[in-house]
Design a binder for this molecule. Structure first.
Ligand SMILES: [Zn+2]
Length: 279
């Protein structure tokens, strides 16, 4: 009888320990997976932002049906971690991968001989990103202005004497130039903040936050919580907020759901090109 009681006690203890382990393990797995997922997602956006917009634009212009294949193959030559002699040995103008694509061979059937494993991996990863993330895909997003405008890549430049970094792209044009939403989404923030002045924040359908700052005037028809379509009027260009001493411009930023700002410059270049073609 005593043995049975002890045995029951043991089982009972075992069960409690097991429940505690399960209660700790499952949330840990969920949280870890969420963090890893978010991290890999921001890495993916970051890698995507490093692609040369000129290459994307060129192949969208001359090979619209297979531009992703060309960009993935060409970007191997733009990789900074390949040494110069290796780069020269696989010169893009004479390389056999581009020739194979020119001959209509499918990306999945390419003969990769002559390339190191790392370069092949990079090209395949890049091709995967271009399918997975649509920032470069014609028709998915649009440039926020209709007029030709001036902007350079100043992402990460010092602001306020190095106290913070520039987290977007400044697009310059005249005061009052209309500004349009680059994507479909929901209006999340409208109105004044200290740095941004009159600003609009839109949660895109892709989950990212799109930030338009220093507006002269926000479109009065916009209300927080309402949906907004790609191409809808957001407001007009100005220099409100901390841009008061600088020429009129739109500060355009993209923040991932994990709070990281990513460099929108390459995408803006491609959106501008595609908006001009109006496709
Ligand atoms: Zn700015």
């Amino acid at each position: 009888m005593k043995h049975i009681q002890q045995f029951r006690k043991k089982i009972w203890r075992g069960a409690v320990v097991l429940i505690i382990i399960v209660m700790i393990t499952i949330p840990t797995i969920i949280i870890t997976r969420a963090i890893v997922y978010n991290e890999s997602k921001s890495d993916a956006y970051n890698d995507l932002s490093l692609l040369a917009p000129e290459v994307v634009i060129h192949y969208q212009e001359v090979r619209l049906d297979s531009w992703k294949d060309y960009v993935a193959v060409i970007q191997v030559w733009n990789m900074t971690d390949n040494d110069q002699s290796y780069k020269e040995s696989i010169d893009p103008t004479t390389n056999h991968l581009v020739q194979q694509l020119d001959n209509g061979i499918n990306f999945n059937n390419l003969d990769w001989s002559g390339l190191n494993i790392e370069a092949i991996k990079q090209a395949k990863y890049c091709r995967h990103l271009l399918d997975q993330y649509l920032f470069f895909t014609p028709g998915e997003y649009q440039f926020p202005l209709q007029e030709p405008s001036h902007y350079t890549d100043t992402f990460g430049a010092d602001r306020e004497g190095g106290q913070r970094k520039h987290e977007g792209t400044d697009i310059f044009n005249q005061k009052g130039t209309p500004i349009f939403s680059v994507c479909n989404g929901t209006l999340e923030r409208i109105g004044w903040n200290r740095l941004g002045g009159e600003r609009v924040g839109i949660r895109g359908q892709d989950g990212n936050y799109y930030y338009y700052a220093h507006l002269e005037k926000v479109n009065e028809a916009l209300l927080v919580g309402n949906s907004i379509s790609k191409g809808e009027l957001i407001g007009t260009m100005g220099n409100t907020g901390d841009a008061i001493t600088t020429p009129d411009h739109l500060h355009f930023g993209i923040e991932l759901p994990n709070g990281k700002w990513i460099n929108p410059y390459s995408w803006l270049k491609v959106w501008e090109f595609n908006s001009r073609l109006n496709r």
